[in-house]
Design a protein around this ligand. Sequence first.
Ligand SMILES: Nc1ncnc2c1ncn2[C@@H]1O[C@H](COP(=O)(O)OP(=O)(O)O)[C@@H](O)[C@H]1O
Ligand SMILES: [Mg+2]
Length: 276
Amino acid sequence: MTLLEAVDVRKFYGETCALDGVSLRVDAGEFVSIIGPNGAGKTTLVNVLTGLTVPTSGRVTFKGVDVVGATPVRLARLGMARSFQLVTIFPGLSVGETLAVAALARLGRSARPFTALARDLEVRAAVDDVAALFGLADKLGRAARTLPQGDKKLLDVASAFALHPDVILMDEPTSGVSTADKTVIMETLVQAARRMGIRAIVLVEHDMDIVFGYSDRIVALHQGRVLADATPAAIRADAAVVATVLGIAAVPGPTQPATVSNSPPTGEPAPRTPLQ
Ligand SMILES: Nc1ncnc2c1ncn2[C@@H]1O[C@H](COP(=O)(O)OP(=O)(O)O)[C@@H](O)[C@H]1O
Ligand SMILES: [Mg+2]
């Protein structure tokens, strides 16, 4: 079942063509990664898919509903949430309050003074649930801005998960953190997605170990176009993608993680599917 679909999307910024006829489908159960060099259009594509950016032309539907230019609240109600490439931590809020803002949006409540919020059992339960899934339970009272970078990223992703979306889109959730922290973040969010019953993940990611280790499907963008849209095994075997997007050194080699299949595309066992 197709959840999210973009058809022939174009986006111009003045003379710059950021997206040049991109079509993309995300089905239930899929973990889809979007890769490509800087400036390829990855963030613009996520922005178009999540309503933030109105495309110059083309169509975007979520569960069959037109979502071009839709507000975050409308998308959250439909079942779509996202995290950002740059963490948006409200400077004045604690970890618990940051998660409460997202929980409030999901529960359809208007924001109220946080003193009242703290007594709201439904909001507190929602905050406690998501904090537990993301290892933030013992940091709820801490000012969000004082968290280490890895925890800030987790908080940003957790805020999106607090909306209990069907589909979550994440723009480089592991950027700016150490390799060890990257692994923690990815394992945490995949576990949380499974436990919450999230139906599909769209990930923009530069780390090819992560991309090849987790994805059911990889969409390679180059200069605003889809260069390839295929399984990790097929992407690895695609000379044009390897040369243009990945660079030989960046393709996970013999030291790749155990989750990455080394077999050729034909006759290989079904790849690991993180959401199933
Ligand atoms: N708000 C904007 N105004 C003007 N140009 C933009 C804007 N956002 C992106 N671009 C341009 O669109 C192209 C794609 O950018 P982006 O989607 O950020 O790529 P990526 O995320 O793959 O690095 C780039 O050439 C970038 O300079
Ligand atoms: Mg980007």
